[in-house]
Design a protein around this ligand. Structure first.
Ligand code: SF4
Length: 300
């Protein structure tokens, strides 16, 4: 690993239940970090020695405002650059958003990304909450960008493996498989999905961590768990080739997962993630610790 970023899924809970959400967040989702867990993780991140940035995301981190605020404060005190990903739901007006965001402005090096697309909020309204939140952040002198996911159109948007997805079309994993896998969209045969387009398994630069201790690069594929290991131990012991799920994925993408486990999935799929997600769902009961938490795969 070449780990420089740690992304905390502060909670799986969210104000919305978006069709494209790959962690299947909703207003009812369980799995929220406590302040003491956040503190422990920040210390472990500092001890790891290579991590320079901490992201707070979800779900919707502003649902747990006091914990978010304190977590950001303590991350900044440890010298991390901090990013926050939110849908900006709290921004009823720009004036209100200024009050929500002002405490972060004094901490320096806090950057915001606001999800702002047809999946978040009221697409018919002229001004989205995310747009108001972005305006308030800018007025406070903070960096604020947008994450905009487009509806599926059958064209796959290539990106640099290992980089966060900030735009382009929907990836068919999580709830998108149930809600958006339109039968009229163009599909390709399973064998053509012979590599993972988004992840670099050898040079992992950022990891996501959830409230259950699960560490992932692609959410739902567990690389280690902080309830049984330290972050340092996970980093030092990482061997992608010997991971039961990542090994086949690295060798030959989702198609190799199907081949290696002899899965009955020799059909046509919308993208690599579509086949990968369905293959992992079949393997859930066989690898409950490595394909977790169950709530990102199906209702629990
Ligand atoms: S779902 Fe599978 S193919 Fe898609 S980014 Fe994740 S690991 Fe790669």
């Amino acid at each position: 690993m070449n780990l420089t970023g740690l992304h905390l899924l502060l909670s799986y809970r969210c104000t919305y239940e978006c069709d494209h959400c790959f962690v299947r967040s909703s207003p009812f989702a369980a799995g929220t970090m406590t302040l003491s867990f956040v503190r422990d993780v920040l210390q472990q991140a500092a001890d790891a020695g290579t991590i320079t940035s901490i992201y707070f995301e979800g779900g919707e981190p502003f649902l747990y405002y006091p914990i978010l605020l304190q977590g950001v404060k303590e991350a900044r005190a440890k010298g991390f650059d901090v990013g926050i990903v939110s849908n900006g739901w709290f921004a009823e007006t720009v004036e209100d958003a200024l009050e929500w965001l002002r405490p972060f402005a004094d901490m320096g090096e806090v950057a915001f990304s606001f999800s702002d697309d047809d999946y978040h909020g009221d697409a018919s309204s002229e001004e989205t909450p995310a747009a108001r939140a972005r305006q308030a952040a800018a007025q406070l002198g903070m960096e604020a960008g947008s994450i905009a996911i487009e509806p599926p159109c059958g064209e796959y948007d290539p990106q640099t493996p290992g980089e966060p997805i900030l735009g382009g079309g929907v990836r068919f994993r999580g709830r998108a498989v149930e809600k958006l896998a339109d039968k009229t969209l163009p599909r390709r045969t399973w064998e053509s999905f012979d590599h993972c387009p988004d992840e670099d398994w050898d040079e992992i630069g950022r990891l996501h961590l959830d409230a259950y201790g699960n560490l992932f690069n692609c959410q739902g594929i567990v690389l280690g768990n902080l309830q049984t290991q330290t972050l340092r131990e996970v980093i030092d012991s990482w061997e992608p080739d010997s991971h039961p799920i990542v090994g086949p994925l690295k060798r030959g993408g989702p198609a190799e997962l199907v081949r290696f486990f002899d899965l009955d999935l020799q059909g046509r799929y919308l993208d690599a993630c579509h086949l990968c997600f369905l293959a992992r769902k079949v393997l859930l009961d066989r690898y409950p610790d490595l394909l977790a938490p169950t709530q990102v795969y199906r209702d629990v």
